[in-house]
Design a protein around this ligand. Structure first.
Ligand code: AMP
Ligand code: ZN
Ligand code: ZN
Length: 405
């Protein structure tokens, strides 16, 4: 395992006093990517049910727009909407940096120029609390010159149990080295939801596998005698579609995608277009609106907080049930099989809602009405006794009733 773990010495530059941390409780922020708000009632996973019975559980957590992995994981750890922290999608273009960001490109994933805000691990470390990340969006970049004390380069192949074991190992470090904030990430539910849709037996199995990972984590945490709060979240839900021609909106039919003066970054549920010809291109696309809407940046809904250059000069947004592809393609024997997507407007499409379940010494049990995911950050910060930065979008008051001193 050690070969994966980085120890960051950038902290020395911050001259932090770690004497405070022994009075601080612990928070493990666990993400089960793509775990929809209704999967527990739909699939009855026993460990999740027990966790919910003992803790505080939201009826749903509302992602930020767009309901994609990178924007929302980074919102969870910054308390900022994607338009405000900078990761406006899994892939996008930055017109002032002249660079494309893509979650699959390590050179940009580790480029600090893309990341705004103060991620939780950094907030903790700045205020004298050690932090660790077993994967999280943003944890591979030295944001404002600082990495998590302990972190890893994302590798989907690392077994889930190994992720839990490393978390326990961190919690067994001597106090002066022990992280009090740990992020932990699992992708299995999202992967299966994409593959087979939201009603398949394979998805039920994936949810039950996630459930046994949760059971293992809770059992292992019982072997460390520390005041640990566990917060289970997801970044978004999932929407089932059918593999057939009618599902797809084809960009190459709407405008000349070979025009080199137009840059397009297609996220499937929305496509970002960067061009100096926004007005004329808008008119061309607007005339063809069918199962999608096209927006000029200035006319995008306020609730998306998306009036930033990285969002695009134009944005094409698919209606739920439809998906954008670059070019037309043949379906062959894929025809009509189910698959899953996410990214739709979470303010409108309930299927985009994720989970928030929390349990621990600083959590008051109860049922929480659906709330926006920007509010997780100030809640975690409060448990850890951290002062939040000015200007965040999240508000501690939203979850205050579920905080116990
Ligand atoms: P999405 O396309 O929004 O469904 O993205 C989900 C995928 O993001 C998962 O299959 C993960 O493998 C991948 N992913 C999650 N976290 C990271 C990360 N920190 N670095 C790179 N890829 C990630
Ligand atoms: Zn995701
Ligand atoms: Zn996904």
């Amino acid at each position: 395992m050690k070969r994966f773990v980085f120890f960051c010495f950038c902290l020395l530059a911050w001259n932090v006093d770690y004497a405070q941390q022994k009075y601080t409780p612990y928070v493990i922020l666990v993400s089960f990517d793509g775990f929809r708000y209704d999967y527990v009632s739909k699939f009855n996973p026993p460990n999740f049910k027990e966790f919910i019975n003992k803790g505080a559980a939201a009826e749903g957590m509302i992602p930020s727009f767009p309901s994609k992995t990178f924007p929302n994981h980074y919102t969870l750890v910054t308390g900022l909407y994607p338009g405000h922290h900078g990761l406006v999608d899994n892939s996008f273009y930055d017109p002032s940096l002249h660079k494309l960001y893509s979650m699959k490109d390590k050179s940009v994933v580790s480029d600090t120029a893309f990341y705004g805000g103060t991620p939780l691990w950094q907030l903790a470390q700045q205020q004298g609390i050690h932090a660790a990340s077993f994967f999280w969006v943003g944890s591979e970049a030295p944001i404002k010159g600082m990495m998590p004390d302990y972190s890893l380069v994302y590798n989907e192949a690392v077994p889930n149990e190994e992720r839990v074991n490393q978390t326990i190992t961190w919690l067994k470090l001597p106090e002066e080295k022990r992280p009090h904030f740990i992020s932990l990430y699992f992708s299995l539910v999202d992967s299966e939801g994409h593959k087979s849709g939201t009603n398949s037996d394979d998805l039920r199995k994936a949810v039950w596998k996630a459930d046994s990972v949760l059971g293992y984590l809770v059992n292992q945490l019982n072997t460390v005698d520390l005041p640990v709060n566990i917060i289970l979240v997801s970044d978004h839900g999932m929407y089932e579609l059918k593999q057939e021609e009618a599902t797809y909106i084809v960009l190459s039919k709407l405008y000349d995608a070979t025009d080199t003066s137009i840059i397009t970054s297609n996220g499937g549920t929305q496509a970002h277009i960067y061009t100096r010809k926004a007005d004329s291109l808008y008119n061309v696309i607007k005339k063809q609106e069918s199962h999608f809407k096209v927006y000029k940046r200035s006319t995008m809904p306020k609730a998306w907080h998306y009036n930033v250059p990285r969002a695009g000069d134009l944005l094409i947004v698919a209606e739920p049930g439809y998906y954008i592809q670059d070019k037309a393609r043949a379906f062959g024997n894929l025809k009509s099989t189910a698959f899953g997507v996410h990214g739709y407007d979470p303010g409108v499409v309930k299927e985009m809602r994720g989970i928030f379940y929390a349990m621990g010494p600083n959590i008051k049990p109860g049922t929480i009405k659906p709330f926006e995911n920007v509010h997780v950050y100030p809640f975690v910060a409060h448990i850890l006794g951290l002062k939040t930065p000015a200007g965040i979008d999240g508000d501690f008051n939203v979850l205050k009733a579920y905080y116990k001193r």
